[in-house]
Ligand binder design. Structure first.
Ligand SMILES: [Zn+2]
Length: 417
């Protein structure tokens, strides 16, 4: 397959690779080459021409709560603790009903793909049946990712609290059933320190070792959460150590949501295991009220991705979070000049594509050898001002919408919505 377009992807953290008016050759689902003219041997191969359209890698969402999809854009005037009690937990309790879950999860998965996200780390709820449906749906649609059955046995409303032994048993069944999946796989998901006892977290640590399964959770996401972690786990010097002590950090990828108030110990442990921290800019603005030290952490070599964090964040398109991440880094630098530097747009795009894509097996880029998960965007130039391809990408992240995505490719195949 050959596609003609303007082609943009991250060359490295600081630079975009821009190939205007070029041809990309895709074979067996992977990028073979990017060339200014069609080589002789491909003269008769089928060609799709997008003209001035810009071809970019599909996005990765490293932190999103599928069950909260129905809450997006609502109750945004609350802060974390109230928002969990009044908004999030009552909605999650409804996923005890599998029929309700199917309706909601079908819409969630379709909207994620429509908005250009093809790789994701997704939270379900405590409910095995509903979360299994979510994982199967994502797997069937070809989304590369991880889905977690959430574990929680304290500090929530009664119908969301699990018996500890039952929680571990249900989680093991979930891991057993899906560990050999090709696209979407299970991941351990203790919600966060305030909602899990030591006994539960240690039990998950044993499962992590047995099934070599990674973990996603919320880490030092708010001052309230960081404080709770210290009160409830007084033997640990920081939030991240709670999971390290249980052996949860080195069985596969670890994805720590938010990471806004890390101590030096949190940073040290995350770096030791090459873990990902996830910035969720909209969630930060609406619910959490704290800004990650994105630039400073990046300069220390931390891996950082972006998350929509539906529904603390309101928009499922990760491209919007790339723009917001730049904005927040400037605010952080303005108010706390010693604690951050502003990031550039190429750095934000890198987090949303190439850096995160490494989690899912060689995607998130269009360089030769990459899995061809890609989008074609257009409709963003002005009649009076033609934009360069990289400017179209930046504008898309600021003011674009799913209607600007004219084509989607997954594993080298065109998708129809
Ligand atoms: Zn979250």
């Amino acid at each position: 397959m050959i596609i003609h377009a303007d082609i943009v992807f991250s060359e490295d953290r600081e630079h975009l690779a821009v190939h205007p008016d070029s041809y990309i050759i895709v074979e067996h689902g992977k990028v073979k080459a990017i060339l200014p003219v069609i080589p002789e041997e491909y003269k008769n191969a089928p060609l799709t021409d997008y003209g001035d359209g810009v071809l970019i890698p599909a996005f990765s969402d490293l932190h999103v709560h599928a069950p909260q999809y129905l809450n997006r854009g609502l109750e945004m005037d609350l802060l974390l603790s109230d928002w969990l009690d009044k908004c999030t937990f009552p909605m999650e309790a409804r996923y005890a009903d599998p029929e309700f879950a199917k309706l909601a999860y079908d819409a969630f998965v379709d909207d994620m793909i429509a908005n250009g996200t093809m790789h994701a780390c997704v939270y379900g709820t405590i409910h095995s049946e509903a979360t299994s449906y979510l994982l199967e749906r994502m797997d069937k649609k070809g989304i590369k990712g991880y889905v977690g059955k959430v574990n929680m046995n304290r500090n929530a409303q009664a119908d969301l609290l699990e018996d500890t032994a039952e929680s571990i048993r249900d989680t093991e069944e979930f891991l057993e059933r899906y560990s050999s999946n090709r696209n979407t796989r299970p991941i351990l998901t203790p919600r966060f320190a305030p909602s899990c006892t030591r006994e539960l977290i240690n039990g998950l640590g044993r499962l992590g070792k047995k099934y070599q399964t990674g973990m996603q959770t919320h880490l030092v996401e708010s001052l309230w959460e960081a404080e709770q972690a210290k009160i409830l786990f007084p033997e640990c010097s920081c939030d991240t150590e709670i999971y390290e002590r249980a052996g949860l950090m080195d069985n596969g990828p670890v994805i720590g949501g938010h990471f806004i108030f890390p101590s030096e110990d949190d940073i040290r442990i995350m770096q030791k295991y090459d873990s990902y921290a996830v910035q969720c800019p909209d969630a930060t603005i609406s619910i959490i009220a704290g800004i990650m030290q994105t630039g400073a952490l990046m300069d220390r070599g931390m891996k950082i991705g972006l998350g929509s964090d539906i529904s603390a964040g309101h928009h499922i398109g990760v491209y919007t979070q790339a723009a917001r991440s730049v904005q927040l880094s400037k605010l952080k630098q303005f108010y706390e000049p010693d604690n951050n530097r502003k990031i550039t747009f190429p750095e934000a795009f890198w987090m949303a594509t190439k850096q995160s894509g490494q989690l899912f097996g060689g995607t998130g880029s269009l360089e030769p050898g990459s899995v061809f998960d890609a989008l074609v965007i257009d409709g963003l130039s002005d009649a009076a001002r033609k934009l360069a391809p990289e400017q179209i990408v930046e504008r898309f992240c600021y003011i674009g919408a799913k209607d600007n995505i004219k084509a989607r490719y997954m594993n080298g195949e065109a998708l129809s919505l």
